[in-house]
Every structure is written in C-alpha cells, then in structure tokens.
Design a protein around this ligand. Structure first.
Ligand SMILES: *Cc1c(COP(=O)(O)O)cnc(C)c1O
Length: 386
C-alpha cells in the first residue's frame, strides 16, 4: 500500500476501499478522473501556459497524475523540486519561480537541467543569479511585484515582491542586461476574488511603462481556489474572463502568459480516509491531525473547511453512510501535543463512534506536502479510486 513501491491498490469507490481495507491508518485516496477535470479547466480555457506549482503536492504519484492530465510545465521553486520533477518526468519543462534561491542552486538548474526562467524581487538576488548563470541573454527574468492584499484567504505579498518603484528599476536593469524582462506576482492562495488578478495585471503594465521596458512575458502566479466549505468560490470562467480583459490594459497584450496553480490542479483529486480512534462525549480523537494532513487547516487565518462524510463499517465489512441528527464535535489528532486539534468543531452525526470513518474531500493540496513524522505518525497509505 506504500507509494514508494508505486503499487496503489485500486478500488471502485471510497466505500469499497474502507470495506476491503478496514484501515486503521489514514489513507489518501487518489481520483485520476478529478485530476483530469481540474487540468482540463486550465488547458481548455486559460489563455496561456499552465504550470503546476509542485509544492502543493509533490508526491511522485500525484506529479504523474498531473502529467497524465496533460500538464507539461512545472513551477519548481527549489533545486530539490527541479530534481524531483526532472527525475520523474524527463520531458517536463521546469521554471524556477521562487524569488529566494540557495547558493549554487540556480547554477545547477541552469547548467544541468536547462532551466531558463527565474524570479527576482531585489538587486541582490539578481546579482546572485547573474553570477551563477553568467549568461543573462539566455534567461527570462521575472520581477516579482507585491500585490495589494485583500482577495485571498492566505496572503503572499508580505514576504516577497518589490514595491512599484523598486520593481520598475529592477525591470529596467533586467532589460539592460540583455535578459528577457518579465513580471510575475502571486495574489495570495485560495483567492476568492477574480479582480485581484485584474488589479495585479494592471500593476504589471504600469511597472513596465514606468520602467520604459517592453515586457516579454507575464506570469500571474497561483491562487485559484479550491471548493472548500465556507468559501464562496466564483466560477473559474470569471477568473479567466477577468484575466483576459485585464491583459488588454497592457501595452502589448499578446505577450506569452503563464499561470502557476498548485491548489486548483491538485486539491479535488484527493480525499483522506480517517478513523475515529476514541470518543469522549463531544470530543473525537482521530488518526490524523495538524502534524499530518491538517497543517494548512490549522494555519492562522485559513478560514475554510474540507467537505466531509462519515461512514460506519459493520463487523462483516458492510460500509454505510452515517446519517441522522448532527452535532459539533471537537476533533483531536493522535499526537500528545495539545495544539494537535482541528481549529473548528466538525458537524458530524450524533451516533459516530470508535471505529467509524470520517472522509475529508478536496484534500489534495498542502496536506501530504506538509505532513511530518512528529510523535511517530506519518500518513503514507495510498489507494486509487477509479
Ligand atoms: C505557492 C505558490 C504557487 C501555488 O499557489 P496556489 O495558491 O496553490 O495556486 C504558485 N506560485 C508561487 C510562486 C507560489 O509560491
């Protein structure tokens, strides 16, 4: 059942997996069809190249799903991710889209793996990049601009991104060096407002005008949302239509356009099967928690919840959904740490008991990628549902 062996047992449904396996450890259930649907949304309607942001879910079986779904470009934000992707998918095209790189990493990415797209948000990082690659003319260098906060559940502009004046100076420097000047941004993850992209695209155009530089590409980052509970997710065509309209505000609207969805390509393709290991009245203890698959859920400000279902399995193996009146349960993870508790109560059927199962859907993003071995737990069982 371990993925390292690449042997994912296949089942027709989640219920069948529970019936056959009666799993006491958490199980990741992968849906190839949902990966195809998510990729098709971008491949059919986004007016440019779609890069998969590897950090959302870098598990080899998932990278293969993304590839099989038709994605050929990868946002690899560290040398480790470049090596992972090129080792697994030699024909993949990698783009090194992190504005901070460890010493020597750009050199290896450029010389060994042929990576020519890089991001900078300050002079010092541009200096490092030039020193390591030595061939500005072969590079496309994206200046990362900070975007205004507001539209996203998780903001990403207080750590990275240069302010307008600095960005335009940097862009001017990139162009003067003979590299292809480009702009990128990230509006924040789980971005619920299409207009955040329009605003940022307009800023990219202003930055280029101010720098008197003709942009050669625009990369609008990730941020496209997953269908979590409690979030009003606009339809994807609103995003794409808004982006297309905003492109018209650029001096050269037909430049190559890219996006870097992580969550939107991975989250719906994976569910998580957990088991109730103990019930104390309105408190449930389950076999996974914040040190496993629920790290992101426990991030301050992540005000979204995973859709969930509960099942019971009879001694003979028959699996049936739990129904009836629900109540809020406080749900704890299995480790000895007090903070290992889900941030909000889960609404579950009253009758839920030891041995029952809670299945969380839309768990493909930022779950397996941030699990740890803390306290001797490490969720790593995988099944394929097709
Ligand atoms: C994390 C990240 C992404 C992916 O973001 P999502 O919100 O998961 O789409 C894309 N680009 C960069 C630079 C990132 O840091």
């Amino acid at each position: 059942m371990n993925l390292a062996a690449e042997a994912m047992p296949r089942f027709a449904s989640i219920e069948q997996a529970i019936e056959r396996l009666n799993p006491v450890d958490p199980v990741y259930a992968v849906f190839p069809e949902k990966f195809r649907t998510a990729a098709a949304r971008f491949l059919d309607a986004f007016p440019g190249d779609t890069l998969y942001a590897v950090k959302a879910n870098p598990v080899p079986a998932i990278l293969k799903q993304v590839w099989a779904a038709g994605i050929r470009h990868f946002d690899t934000a560290s040398l480790g991710e470049v090596e992972l992707v090129k080792g697994l998918l030699p024909d993949a095209i990698c783009h090194f889209m992190a504005p901070v790189r460890l010493p020597g990493h750009a050199k290896v990415a450029f010389e060994k793996y042929g990576v020519t797209d890089y991001v900078v948000d300050c002079d010092a990082e541009l200096d490092k990049l030039l020193a390591e690659t030595g061939q500005a003319a072969k590079l496309r260098i994206f200046v990362r601009i900070a975007t205004s906060l507001g539209g996203a559940v998780l903001e990403l502009s207080s750590k990275f991104g240069s302010a307008p004046e600095e960005a335009s100076k940097l862009l001017g420097r990139v162009a003067a060096l003979g590299a292809a000047p480009a702009v990128t941004f990230h509006v924040g993850s789980q971005c619920l407002s299409p207009f955040s992209y329009a605003q940022a695209i307009e800023m990219a155009g202003r930055t280029a005008r101010f720098a008197k530089v003709e942009l050669q590409a625009l990369d609008i980052g990730g941020g496209f949302p997953g269908p979590y509970l409690g979030n009003d997710v606009p339809p994807f065509h609103w995003y794409f239509d808004t982006i297309k309209q905003a492109m018209q505000t650029l001096p050269n609207p037909a430049i190559p356009l890219m996006c870097e969805p992580g969550r939107a390509l991975s989250t719906e393709g994976m569910s998580l099967i957990t088991q109730v290991v103990l019930r104390k009245g309105p408190r449930l203890y389950i076999n996974d928690g914040r040190y496993g698959s629920f790290d992101e859920l426990c991030q301050p400000g992540f005000l979204a919840d995973f859709p969930l279902r509960a099942f019971t399995r009879s001694a003979k193996g028959k699996v049936t959904p739990l129904s009836g009146k629900t109540t809020p349960f406080r749900v704890f993870g299995p480790t000895c740490d007090t903070v290992d508790v889900l941030p909000r109560p889960l609404e579950l059927p009253d009758s839920i008991a030891i041995g029952d199962f809670i299945v969380f859907d839309a768990m493909g993003a930022y779950s397996a990628s941030s699990r740890s071995h803390f306290n001797g737990y490490y969720p790593d069982n995988w099944v394929c549902i097709d």
